[in-house]
Design a protein around this ligand. Structure first.
Ligand code: BG6
Length: 488
């Protein structure tokens, strides 16, 4: 409704996520005219700040894709006029009541809708939700809360958090973000699958040999060691970002594009998987490395990380889906920090052509490779298919160098994942948010493994900063007759 108001309160407004992602995404949405007509943004945090100081902070950190556009400055001025600050403790009902008064002043007599973005550590989620729900109320409109991982450390702590949130909110009010779901190519994954006849029939164990989900960063945990050491790469990347991609990749066709239908299918995939065992996993941790006169630090050189930390900064894992479509197909995940490159890809390796004519006719040196579909999530988003070709010339030699690009390079800028997700939360579109049963199923898969790794104090294999990670990852893949694709 055009005449209702939406207030967006960023709780934890002075934190890193708010500065780097949330405010820039809100501004980009404003610039693109996507925010509702009557909107107001409140920053909420403990530090004392005036509205002018908040605006100053927001404008200084507003690095987003809009930066270089014309009239960016004017738009920014307009946007900042809609931004306010309220200082308060996270567990003070009184401070949230004061916020409520300010929100009401902005809302006037209009129907009021409220979105709270909890950009704060999860141990204070419940305090905020409790205070906000007791002390602030929208008039005739909706109240929604966005929360971001970590949602606990295992099945039990995650379930406790969900129970806690549900004392004050119903499931429909909780928007659990996994920002990978807002990435353009992850959204495109189901379009690719379900609207292309050339792929849909091939999407099963009959034609697919293995699927690889690869995440790689070329920097360490710099500055985030304190957080990271409590979680490690399996909880930070695999249990959420990579597993979500896997679920979309492998789910059956949903009966519609409605959020509940899609999430029902994702849950079914997760519930069809076998919880991971120790032998399905290789873990690593980066050590210091000197290259070109520069020494890159070890993970444990981080002052916020204990010297004897066994937290993995790298992991590779093999997962299986026990259903008719995927029985026996390895889904291999690999995620690591301080590796040689930065990127995220889904690589689908197809089976060999049965009775391959070229192999039969020309001998083993003319063995054709299998086809591979690569979905490059980032950087330089692309989808391409590796196919066998004859190398031009008088001889008969084949290679797989020619790629068929299956997605045109649109010249359009790609919005940041947070823009998509914030807009969806404002519009009440839940498709890209994690439902509580999905979250439970995701934890079920990883909790026994995480417990065992921690109880047995399994030491990670050390790999040099900037390398390709532990060699153990290759042995793991080899067990399933797989070779990792190289990030392109
Ligand atoms: C976050 C992780 O969820 O994702 C970080 O906590 C990681 O450790 C980040 O760096 C990667 O996100 P992106 O969008 O930069 O690939």
């Amino acid at each position: 409704n055009d005449e209702s108001t939406v207030t967006i309160t960023v709780v934890g407004a002075s934190g890193d996520l708010a500065k780097k992602k949330i405010f820039p995404a809100l501004f980009a949405l404003y610039y693109e005219d996507c925010l509702p007509k009557h909107f107001t943004i409140f920053g909420y945090a403990r530090s004392n700040m005036t509205d002018a100081e908040l605006r100053n902070m927001v404008s200084r950190t507003l690095t987003c894709r809009i930066d270089k556009r014309e009239n960016c400055n004017e738009k920014m001025e307009e946007f900042l006029k809609r931004c306010f600050y309220h200082s308060g403790q996270y567990d003070s009902e009184e401070h949230f009541r004061d916020l409520d008064k300010k929100l009401k002043q902005h809302e006037g007599s209009r129907v009021s809708n409220r979105l709270f973005y909890l950009s704060i550590p999860p141990n204070i989620f419940l305090d905020v939700v409790k205070c906000a729900s007791i002390s602030s109320s929208s008039v005739n409109g909706w109240t929604r809360v966005i929360v971001e991982k970590p949602f606990g450390r295992d099945s039990d702590s995650s379930a406790a958090l969900t129970r806690g949130l549900k004392q004050y909110l119903v499931e429909d009010q909780i928007f659990r973000i996994d920002h990978y779901l807002g990435k353009e190519l992850v959204e495109n994954l189901s379009v690719l699958r379900f609207s292309n006849l050339v792929f849909e029939p091939l999407w099963s164990r009959q034609y697919i040999r293995n699927v690889q989900l690869i995440f790689s960063e070329d920097f360490g945990t710099e500055g985030r060691g304190g957080y990271f050491d409590r979680y490690g790469i399996i909880r930070d990347i695999m249990q959420n970002h990579l597993l979500q991609i896997l679920a979309i990749f492998a789910m059956e066709t949903p009966i519609s594009l409605e959020a509940e239908d899609i999430r029902n299918e994702k849950v079914k995939v997760l519930c069809s998987m076998k919880p991971l065992q120790l032998e399905d996993v290789v873990i690593g941790q980066y050590k210091s490395h000197t290259k070109g006169g520069t020494t890159y630090p070890a993970y444990t050189d981080d002052k916020t990380v204990p010297k004897d930390s066994l937290t993995p900064t790298f992991a590779a894992a093999a997962l299986f889906i026990n259903n008719a479509r995927w029985d026996g197909v390895p889904f291999l995940m690999k995620a690591g920090k301080a590796l040689h490159t930065k990127g995220a890809e889904i690589r689908v390796q197809f089976r060999h052509v049965p009775g391959n004519l070229y192999k039969r006719s020309f001998g083993t040196d003319l063995d054709t490779s299998t086809n591979e579909l690569v979905i490059r999530v980032q950087p330089d988003e692309a989808i391409y298919l590796k196919i066998n070709n004859k190398i031009p010339g008088l001889g008969m030699r084949l290679d797989r160098k020619t790629d068929v690009e299956t997605c045109p390079r649109y010249s359009k800028e790609i919005p940041d994942a947070y823009e998509r997700l914030l807009l969806d939360a404002i519009e009440g579109e839940r498709r890209l948010f994690i439902r509580s049963d999905e979250l439970d199923a995701a934890w079920e898969l990883f909790t026994p493994l995480l417990k065992e790794l921690e109880e047995k104090r399994i030491a990670p294999e050390l790999y040099p900063y900037g390398s390709r990670g532990p060699v153990g990852a290759h042995y793991l893949a080899a067990k399933y007759n797989v070779r990792w694709g190289d990030l392109t």
